[in-house]
Write a protein that binds this ligand. Structure first.
Ligand SMILES: *Cc1c(COP(=O)(O)O)cnc(C)c1O
Length: 223
């Protein structure tokens, strides 16, 4: 019960901060959607967030999401689930069946596999290209220099491409990275920008984020 109250309180406080950041950037608060990131948290925590009015959730692993979301989606048909972690091609079938959006389209083979599987299942999920905005060797995502070409390829494949997603390098001012992602989206005619987490969502909103992906500030630290 105590957990339920604090998740509702955390969500309300977070939404106030999102709205204030949007107004501070002369933006309409409704232009910023919250993706509540539930990785490592139990279905009961997701339910508490749903009861507090949250409807969009993010998970970074297909298998973990399969353990909690099918039952929740059956009970709450408005729930929308975004995949925000790396997707292996051998998990594409399960991912297309379960998720409503894939935020981590990051290589040609995956884009092709997703297009093919969506046709097979008769579904058209919202897609985001993940950009490795700091060009960090250990991170997934298409390199900034390759983004325009990859975006064009995704469109040729027929993916419903909505925007771009990034995770900026740790320990640096994220603003220049967020601004570069916004510039890549703008020159490619993409409206959505998924950027900003618990530590930096206000900066992301100032740089144009239309989706912020927040876990810790809602559900607490992950075990
Ligand atoms: C875990 C995760 C988040 C949320 O991070 P918090 O710091 O807990 O808000 C956002 N985006 C991605 C891709 C993640 O894996």
């Amino acid at each position: 019960m105590a957990e339920t109250v604090s998740i509702a309180d955390n969500l309300a406080g977070l939404r106030r901060r999102i709205d204030a950041a949007a107004r501070g950037a002369a933006r309409d608060p409704v232009s910023v959607a919250l993706v509540a990131v539930t990785k490592t948290h139990e279905a009961t925590a997701v339910e508490a967030a749903i009861e507090a009015g949250q409807s969009v959730f993010g998970e970074n692993r297909v298998q973990e999401a399969e353990g909690k979301f099918p039952a929740l989606k059956a009970r709450f048909p408005d729930l929308r689930l975004h995949l925000i972690g790396p997707l292996q091609t051998n998990k594409v079938r399960q991912a297309v069946a379960l998720f409503d959006a894939i935020e981590t389209v990051d290589r040609p083979r995956l884009a092709e596999a997703l297009a093919k599987e969506m046709t097979r299942q008769g579904k058209r999920l919202a897609c985001f290209v993940e950009v490795n905005i700091g060009a960090e060797p250990q991170k997934s995502g298409v390199l900034p220099a390759d983004a325009d070409g990859f975006i064009a390829d995704c469109r040729v494949l027929g993916l419903d491409l909505r925007g771009l997603m990034c995770i900026p390098p740790e320990g640096r001012d994220p603003a220049p990275y967020f601004k570069e992602l916004a510039a890549i989206a703008a020159r490619n005619g993409l409206a959505e920008l998924s950027m900003g987490m618990s530590a930096d969502f206000e900066t992301a909103i100032a740089c144009g984020a239309t989706l912020v992906r927040v876990g810790t500030a809602i559900f607490g630290k992950r075990g």
